[in-house]
Design a binder for this molecule. Structure first.
Ligand code: UDX
Length: 432
């Protein structure tokens, strides 16, 4: 099939490459010429395992352009532009979605299908559909659930496909089934529903995940004052299959380009709909999450005070909001590093992938190329992103670099016994 993808940021670039991998002929469009040049040369302008490989191996049926008129012969157009948090507010900024539809509609041919993938406030599709339908085309909403670090697998073999369509719009369902025929053949569940439900599936899934993380982080707060161990607690409750162990890792909390802004935009939309009370709990979810960042800052400062001076260096291992990503959007690690620098502490940070993006965002933080250079002479070491290489660090080999030997494990990812045996004072979150 001939497919276009409008918006070649993180989601759109991966989706375009994934569609080409599924056998379609794809044109990706973006207004950012630099992004298009990078993608055309076979390199994604972000770190994501597997994407460059797809861009290069599928270049025969995958191209990128800044010229929207080149989408005119596509049968299916995916809208994959961002919906960031609006400046100075909680709601989603819909400028890019509005602009994408406005630029696409004049090029639609009758019978074409426009498919929204962006995460949008519930009610968006119903409001936009008339302009698509006036051009003789149809609209569907097909939310995306991909996780950074696993984006290629999540695109090619998703947990489920959700199609939001007008009641009785079998033609759009049939077109989407053709788009995803390979995926469906491998048994992926597909849910066909209305626009509003499809939009809500996405934001409610993210709200649930954020709630699950904040739940265990709330338990960490309780554990800290009772001497209990939140990781053992998570293991124990996670054995109940109704609860499940995944997304119960207590630590410095969630960040990234999705969960934080999505729960805020969801609340803002509920307020607009007059049912803000239904999502008041998400405000607590957000607050618990913010408190964990503050708690790590507090623990680091207390450790410095124990050593008698704040005129000291704190090493931060990990800047990305999670491993296997160079993304520092709403990163707890960057937030903690900046907060400590603001307290007058010298912060030296490192990350396997996010050094450049973090340096732009946090100029007050010194970036070191290696763990050893970050740790050298530091009074406190903070681990804030659970990169596999940090889990595997040898505490005995690092010990001579820092006389103080204090490590605060903001992701509960280190082997506490091993670090203690090597002479370190180990402190996790939600565990004594
Ligand atoms: C999320 C959703 O998982 C995905 O389905 C959606 O499409 C986009 O948003 P992503 O932002 O890539 O994906 O990251 P995710 O793996 O969900 O992690 C989000 C944050 O939660 C990270 O900062 C991570 O470190 C944190 N987290 C996750 C925890 O603190 N504890 C956990 O147990 C799990």
């Amino acid at each position: 099939m001939k497919i276009s993808v409008i918006g070649c940021g993180y989601l759109g670039a991966v989706h375009a490459a994934g569609m080409a991998e599924l056998g379609h002929t794809v044109v990706g469009v973006d207004i950012d010429a630099q992004k298009i040049a990078a993608l055309t040369s076979g390199r994604a302008p972000f770190f994501e395992p597997g994407v460059d490989g797809l861009l290069q191996s599928r270049s025969d049926r995958l191209r990128f352009t800044t010229d929207i008129s080149e989408v005119a012969d596509a049968e299916v157009h995916f809208i994959a532009v961002g919906t960031p948090q609006a400046e100075g507010g909680a709601a989603a900024d819909m400028r890019f979605v509005d602009a994408a539809f406005a630029s696409l509609v004049p090029h639609l041919r009758p019978g074409a299908l426009v498919v929204g993938k962006s995460t949008v406030p519930v009610g968006t599709a119903a409001a936009i559909a008339p302009q698509v339908e006036a051009a003789g085309a149809s609209l569907a909403w097909n939310p995306e659930f991909l996780r950074e670090g696993f984006a290629v697998a999540d695109t090619l073999t998703p947990d489920r496909l959700v199609y939001g369509v007008r009641a009785g719009d079998d033609a759009s369902v049939a077109l989407l089934d053709r788009v995803y025929s390979t995926t469906l053949a491998s048994g992926t569940p597909r849910i066909v529903t209305d626009f509003a439900t499809a939009e809500l599936v996405k934001v409610s899934a993210n709200a649930f995940l954020a709630t699950k993380i904040s739940f265990i982080n709330a338990m960490a707060e309780i554990a800290e004052v009772t001497g209990a161990d939140v990781t053992t607690l998570a293991d124990a409750i996670g054995h109940d299959t109704r609860i499940g162990r995944r997304f119960l890792n207590a630590g410095v909390g969630f960040g990234g380009g999705c969960l934080p802004k999505d729960i805020r935009a969801f609340q803002a939309r509920a307020d607009e709909l007059g049912v803000g009370h239904a999502l008041e709990f998400l405000d607590h979810v957000d607050q618990i999450n913010q408190r964990r960042r503050a708690r790590v800052v507090e623990l680091a400062l207390a450790a410095l005070d124990d050593q008698g001076s704040r005129d000291a260096t704190v090493a931060v291992l990990g800047l990305a909001f999670k491993p296997n990503s160079d993304d520092v959007r709403d990163s707890p690690a960057v937030d903690v590093a900046v907060a400590l620098a603001r307290e007058g502490v010298r912060v030296v940070a490192t990350d396997p992938q996010a050094q450049r993006s973090a340096a732009r965002k946090a100029p007050a933080v010194t970036i070191a190329p290696t763990v050893e250079e970050a740790i050298n002479a530091a009074s406190v070491v903070l681990v804030l992103t659970e990169w596999p290489e940090y889990r595997d660090l040898d505490p005995a080999a690092l010990a001579p670099l820092t006389p103080a030997r204090v490590v605060i494990d903001g992701r509960n990812c280190l082997d506490a016994d091993k670090w203690r045996a090597a002479g370190w004072t180990y402190r996790g979150l939600g565990r004594s």
